[in-house]
Write a protein that binds this ligand. Sequence first.
Ligand code: HEC
Length: 137
Amino acid sequence: MKIPKPILAAFPILFFIGLLLGNLFFFKTQEQGQKLYHLHCSSCHMENGEGLAGLIPPLRKADWLAKNPEKIACIIRYGQKEEIQVNGATYNHPMPANLQLSDVEIHNLTNFLLTNFENSLPKRTFEQIVKDLQTCR
Ligand code: HEC
């Protein structure tokens, strides 16, 4: 099959437009996660995710995130009020709910945590987050 020249010439251009849109989308979701973190989480977990010794568990290099990726969405939406172990230390202070955040915002926030603060954990898909949120008590 012979592909007409103008269409062939358009391929590289389309390729770069695709690349550009892909990047924009990536930075937008990453940026939303970061903004939401700054607004709703950093007052307790600190801007650098280190938490506060004895009071607020860390998100930086947190083993809890690696062990419970499917629970992150629920803890963001509904908070938590029970004993929790993070990086070998025990915490037991209530974390408040964030009922105003949409599923999409919780998705971006979750993936921000999974891939920042020295965590390099697999991201969750939007479908996984929606399922995760159906399991919250
Ligand atoms: C008022 C302080 C406060 C705010 C604001 C807050 N948290 Fe928490 N967070 C806590 C406390 C305290 C715990 C431990 C809860 C427990 O003892 O059960 C916790 C636990 C967690 C955990 C599980 C433990 C860990 O360190 O991995 C995650 C994940 C988490 N918070 C994420 C967030 C995110 C994301 C936000 C912003 C949407 C947020 N938190 C906002 C206080 C807070």
